[in-house]
Design a protein around this ligand. Structure first.
Ligand code: TRP
Ligand code: ZN
Length: 861
């Protein structure tokens, strides 16, 4: 069947399936190119909603047989599936299909990765496995029998609990069978199967009610020494969800599998989480501190889905943020508890501003709960995930911890086993807190980043804040209604003492005034503490005020933010007016760096500066056309200025933050390494890379090895080490991804295209592996000055490769098209160059619906 023209699906058109499934029995006869899948399903009519005809999804399935109540039937092929004549009464379905996992380069459904069988079914991959109502509101109990006949697959896993395993003992290298049963009804997107030659790193966890759970992380032989950290993270997550949310694990086993070829980070399949190996495998020698942190967060995220996603799932894919926003929020809370809360918050805001703000302010802007889509894979976005998490965080701030905990208990009580909606979620909060959330709900339907403008007044002893909110029009929505914006505010006196602790102001009108009487001297406000809402704050304060807050704010987020504002101001003035770096910024930062009472990780964040892409966004917002070359020059100049201004401080900062002895991935030593490496990056700008070469030679962990190599390349002095690194790590795909990325990241803008091109010719450049493709093409698009080189060569190079990847892997291709989403910021020459590439992509024959939708939306009309 050929796909018809892409169809748009609307939230308002939701209709239930019309049939109920009691249980599903699946048999898999594994074969690399001809796997047989036999499904036995008991259907009964849902008499409350009767729909004809009977439709099941199915894609790329080779029909073998279909029987209804034992009789052969011929299906009618329709777009995306089949229609079948069935009785208006309960009936037994039995179907057999053949599928080809070996040729499945899209990595959806059943596919092979390095000789291992694995599945990815979210969102709509199960329909590539067998005929089924592949929609999240159809939940059923699954029993799965896996038979391997053609080859040696000693480990064969599915969801739930293992019931049976057999292998002919006379032929230990031969065929085997395993059976799994999942007692919890689930939608098909949570189905998983894994089979191959795998090794387990095992442990156990005893739940709060005393159930012992067998835990295992399954990896390919050779990776078994990279599982210990992930296992600890899993146990911490299980404990945390019991302690903080009262949620216990509900099966006898919990399995994680590491897979090399994976479109996303990881997947929460019931009892059988499948992970991109980059998001679970960790060792000091091969993983950076950032990797360790990310792995801990993703393991927690997928584990937390067991309650927020699996036990309570989504009615339809428009409700994606119901599980993703909440689960991201939960993993952020977990990271804040396990590590430093301020550092975690700042990192989340950096990610939000870096990814979600550009999305929300460009052609791809969409509500946290979208109202239409063509390809749901295109809506696993920063808006749904990260802004979705911010919305939960605002709700938490508005109702307070106690009410939040009560509401969550009610949510789990009331909706356990349901496929729920955002309306259900908000109703729980309304019923439990008595609050009317009608206006708050606009966060789910209104796209765009709200701006909050602040004016202050002081009269008599009353200090006043005037807040005014507005949101710019977005592609499908011109006018915006006021939203509920929790603005956390504290007040300091001119000595820097806090005279009013943090209060939550609720901005609900377009314009509102908040008065704070009883202040004998004019206080200094600290506004939007902890970044209490995902908004842009416009508060016209001078650099003295910023420097004051940088020195004194008791809110660690706003203290960091004050430094950030100074950095922005310094950079924008350099770009627009050619000004020298702002001394207030350099002086303020210097005091912060000197303050040894401050967490090194926090100081490392302070030392950072806005990315070039963020600066381009800010310039655009302020009505300037960003010039990527000028932005690059100013950013580099500010780094040089820091290297000079802190010259006396950096060597001490570097030595004081060394972490001798055995490597520990804990937050404290990781923070020290972050600060020492930030210092090294500045030192390397003046010492020609000498110190970095020493660190490279003596490094016993990847954090230090990679940071040193990065500094060396930046100093133009790392050729020897780059070659040595390649030789040392040629056998390790994940480390080689870093080797590929770093060369592009650290290339001079004018060399970026040539470097990228050269790397695509490297024998280890494998476009079918999403990690490797992203390590090269993703990083090309992240090198702001290189990607936006005025020749347009980088645009063309990226487009070439997206065109090449699309027939193999539409999902990853479509995601990477977002590299072009900010194109309207730039000058007309660059816009014309990009438009040419967008049109060239769109003109490809048989372009996937994923990529068609993305490029069409980005291009606009
Ligand atoms: N549900 C997954 C998560 O956020 C996301 C995911 C993993 C996914 N693989 C995918 C989404 C493939 C779409 C397609 O934890
Ligand atoms: Zn998730």
């Amino acid at each position: 069947m050929r796909d018809a023209a892409p169809q748009t699906i609307y939230l308002k058109d939701y209709k239930p399936f019309g049939w109920i499934i009691d249980d599903v029995h699946l048999t898999f006869r594994l074969h690399p190119t001809a796997t047989r899948v036999i499904s036995r399903i008991r259907f009964r009519p849902d008499y409350e909603v009767h729909h004809r005809p009977f439709f099941l999804h199915g894609e790329d399935l080779k029909h073998v047989s279909i029987k209804v109540d034992g009789h052969d039937v011929d299906p009618t092929y329709v777009d995306g599936g089949i229609e079948v004549d069935v009785p208006e009464a309960p009936f037994n379905w039995e179907a057999e299909v053949e599928i080809n996992p070996q040729d499945n380069t899209a990595l959806e459904g059943l596919y092979m990765s390095n000789g291992m069988y694995c599945t990815q079914c979210e969102a709509e991959g199960f329909r590539k496995i067998t005929w089924y109502p592949d929609r999240p509101d159809v939940m059923a109990q699954f029993t799965v029998r896996i038979e391997s006949t053609a080859e040696h697959t000693p480990v064969m896993l599915s969801n739930g609990n293992g019931l049976y395993y057999s292998q002919d003992s006379t032929q230990p290298e031969g065929p085997n069978v395993s059976i799994y049963q999942d007692p919890w009804p689930k939608p098909a997107y949570l189905f998983a199967l894994v089979a191959g030659d795998l090794i387990a790193h095992q442990d156990t966890f005893t739940t709060m009610s005393g159930n012992e759970v067998d835990l295992a992380i399954w990896v390919r032989p050779g990776d078994e020494d990279k599982c210990a950290f992930g296992m600890e993270a899993l146990k911490k997550s299980m404990k945390w969800d019991e302690d903080v949310y009262g949620r216990e694990y509900d099966l006898d086993e919990f399995n994680i599998v590491a897979v090399d070829d994976f479109n996303m980070g990881a997947m929460e399949n019931k009892g059988l989480n499948v992970f991109n190996s980059s998001c679970v495998l960790a060792s000091p020698e091969t993983s950076t501190d950032a990797n360790f942190e990310r792995i801990e967060a993703i393991i927690a995220h997928e584990y937390f889905h067991n309650w927020t996603g699996n036990r309570i799932t989504c009615r339809d894919w428009f409700q994606l943020c119901l599980k993703e926003g909440l689960t991201v929020y939960r993993d952020q809370q977990f990271t804040a508890d396990m590590r430093s809360a301020p550092v975690a918050r700042i990192s989340n805001v950096l990610a939000l501003r870096g990814r979600q703000f550009p999305e929300d302010q460009g052609p791809l802007s969409h509500p946290v709960r979208p109202e239409s889509f063509q390809e749901i894979n295109n809506f696993y976005t920063s808006t749904v995930y990260e802004k979705g998490a911010e919305v939960i965080g605002m709700l938490h701030t508005l109702v307070g911890q106690e009410e939040y905990a009560k509401a969550l208990d009610l949510y789990f009580d009331r909706h356990d086993g349901d496929a729920a909606t955002i309306e259900d979620w908000l109703k729980v909060f309304e019923d439990s807190t008595g609050r009317d959330l009608t206006q708050f709900k606009r966060w789910y339907s209104q796209p765009g980043t709200p701006r909050v403008e602040v004016r202050e007044d002081y009269e008599g002893d009353t200090f006043t804040l005037h807040l005014r909110q507005s949101t710019a029009p977005t592609p499908d929505q011109d006018t915006k209604a006021p939203q509920v914006i929790p603005v956390n505010v504290g007040l300091l006196n001119p000595n820097g003492d806090e005279v009013m602790e943090t209060q939550t102001l609720e901005l609900t009108e377009e314009e509102q005034t908040f008065a704070f009487p009883g202040h004998a001297t004019r206080p200094v406000p600290s506004i939007l503490r902890g970044f209490s809402a995902p908004v842009i704050l416009n508060h016209d304060i001078d650099n003295d005020r910023r420097a004051f807050l940088l020195a004194h704010d008791t809110d660690p987020f706003n203290r960091w933010e004050a430094g950030r504002m100074l950095a922005r101001d310094s950079l924008l003035n350099a770009i627009i007016d050619g000004n020298d770096p702002n001394p207030a910024y350099l002086d303020g930062l210097k005091s912060v760096l000197r303050d040894n009472s401050l967490d090194p990780a926090y100081r490392a964040l302070m030392l950072g500066q806005p990315t070039q892409s963020e600066l381009a966004g800010l310039l655009h917002e302020a009505g300037h056309t960003p010039d990527p070359e000028a932005i690059h020059t100013a950013s580099e100049a500010l780094r040089d200025a820091k290297a000079a201004a802190f010259a006396d401080l950096l060597p001490d900062l570097y030595t004081a933050n060394q972490t001798p002895g055995p490597f520990s991935p804990e937050a404290d030593p990781a923070g020290k390494r972050a600060l020492a490496n930030a210092a090294l990056a500045l030192i390397s700008r003046t010492d020609g890379g000498r110190q970095a070469a020493d660190q490279y030679a003596s490094a016993n962990n990847m954090s230090q090895q990679l940071a040193a190599l990065s500094c060396l390349l930046d100093a133009g002095a790392g050729d020897t080490q780059l070659a040595a690194f390649e030789k040392q790590w040629a056998h390790d795909r994940l480390v080689m991804d870093k080797w590929f990325s770093l060369q592009i990241m650290q290339a001079q803008p004018q060399d970026v295209v040539a470097t990228t091109q050269k790397l695509t010719q490297h024998p280890d450049f494998d476009m079918k592996n999403p990690n490797r493709f992203r390590a090269v093409m993703g990083v090309l698009s992240l090198h702001h000055a290189g990607f936006h080189d005025k020749s347009g060569a980088a645009y063309a190079l990226l487009a070439d490769w997206l065109i090449r990847l699309d027939p193999l892997n539409p999902q990853t291709t479509a995601r990477m098209c977002s590299a072009f989403q900010t194109w309207k910021r730039y000058d007309s020459d660059r816009q014309a160059l990009i438009r040419t590439q967008l049109d060239r992509i769109l003109s490809q024959k048989n372009l996937s619906k994923d990529t068609t939708e993305m490029v069409t939306r980005i291009r606009g009309t």
